[in-house]
Design a binder for this molecule. Structure first.
Ligand SMILES: NC(=O)c1ccc[n+]([C@@H]2O[C@H](COP(=O)([O-])OP(=O)(O)OC[C@H]3O[C@@H](n4cnc5c(N)ncnc54)[C@H](O)[C@@H]3O)[C@@H](O)[C@H]2O)c1
Length: 329
């Protein structure tokens, strides 16, 4: 059995390849390097550079390596960029996924794990958010991922595909051995805070919104460690191999931290004050986004190992220090 990891030179994909390697699985990866880097992929020799939407390219890899399963991470992921370039996002996320699913049907690859996002919920009415909450994305990024989800579930019903869709909450942290981590443009709180903490960014951390109806007035998110996320994908593969029914699952711990709590964690880890400045709320940011994690915990044999904000933050800081010393981003 060979697992094809799309987006294997990116943040989550590289951690997935490490998890597969640790589990003794055979994997190959494809990536167009639009935001990933060859050096990030754990086995560069098994990385093929190309577009996941290129049916001929993907078909050749499926044939050559006897691919039986696909874990699909290849997409564009920045919400603000998706608002500026919506059609780009629909092409890169929805149209590419369509081509990939068609290739899977044509080639008989019938086990697919799709990486999705809590952004499909938009601004949910309730927190924790369960998988039955309405899908009403408010950004082209979220909408493009919701389209990919819908195509996969419809194709599964018609063509016998089996799938697990994982809707990530806020992914953060890095491989403890620092073989992988986040690169490129930083937009997420933990990474931006880590960059400021190691001196890679000379600015104050902007705290967007300090008047939410939350205990300290700042927004609360469910931060999931990237290695636990990769383990969830592995557990999802095992679910499908065991012949269990397809599933859509939130991937978060079911516990949230406020922006100020994340700042406090950074300060605990570094022993130094993190400069912050209060800023207005950003449009579209819900006050609180926490996963209802009951389904993932009951359906998958998933045992999070890094469910602790200080561990998540400390890994992110170590990784940024490594990048900063190397002069990389
Ligand atoms: N990181 C997060 O916080 C987060 C949160 C929610 C969902 N996700 C989802 O997780 C997945 C992976 O995200 P990530 O954080 O690793 O992003 P990333 O940008 O680090 O990785 C995506 C990888 O896919 C590659 N890629 C993009 N389009 C491609 C294409 N058409 N063909 C081949 N390769 C292509 C990029 O070069 C990159 O290496 C995405 O689907 C994203 O929507 C991530």
């Amino acid at each position: 059995m060979t697992v094809l990891v799309t987006g294997g030179a990116g943040y989550v994909g590289a951690h997935m390849l490490l998890a597969l390697e640790a589990a003794g699985e055979t994997a190959v990866a494809i990536d167009d390097l639009s935001s990933g880097a060859v050096w990030l992929a754990p086995s560069p020799g098994r990385l093929f550079v190309g577009d996941v939407g290129d049916r001929g390219f993907v078909s050749r890899i499926i044939d050559e390596y006897g691919v039986t399963e696909i874990v699909h991470f290849a997409s564009a992921t920045l919400v603000p960029e998706s608002i500026e370039k919506p059609l780009d996002y629909y092409r890169r996320n929805a149209a590419s996924a369509l081509a990939l699913f068609e290739t899977c049907v044509a080639k008989g690859v019938d086990r697919i794990i799709l990486s999705s996002t809590a952004s499909v919920y938009g601004k949910p009415d309730a927190s924790p958010v369960s998988e039955s909450a309405p899908v009403r994305s408010i950004s082209p990024f979220g909408a493009s991922m919701a389209m990919a989800e819908r195509m996969l579930t419809d194709a599964a019903a018609a063509h016998g595909l089996n799938y697990v869709i994982l809707r990530y909450f806020n992914v953060a942290g890095a491989d403890p051995a620092l073989r992988a981590g986040q690169i490129g443009k930083a937009t997420h709180l933990v990474r931006v805070a880590a960059q400021i903490a190691v001196g890679a960014r000379d600015e104050e951390l902007r705290v967007f919104g300090t008047d939410y109806q939350t205990p300290d007035g700042t927004a609360i998110r469910d931060y999931v460690h990237v290695c636990d996320l990769a383990d969830a994908h592995l557990a999802a593969l095992m679910l499908l191999r065991a012949g269990e029914p397809s599933a859509i699952l939130n991937c978060g711990y079911g516990r949230g931290y406020s922006v100020r709590e994340v700042v406090a964690a950074v300060e605990r880890v570094t022993g130094a004050a993190l400069p912050t400045v209060d800023a207005p709320r950003r449009a579209g940011d819900p006050p609180q986004l926490i996963a209802d994690s009951a389904a993932i915990r009951s359906r998958l044999d998933w045992r999070p190992r890094f469910d602790e904000i200080d561990i998540i933050v400390s890994g992110a800081i170590d990784w940024e220090r490594r990048l900063h010393v190397a002069g990389a981003t």
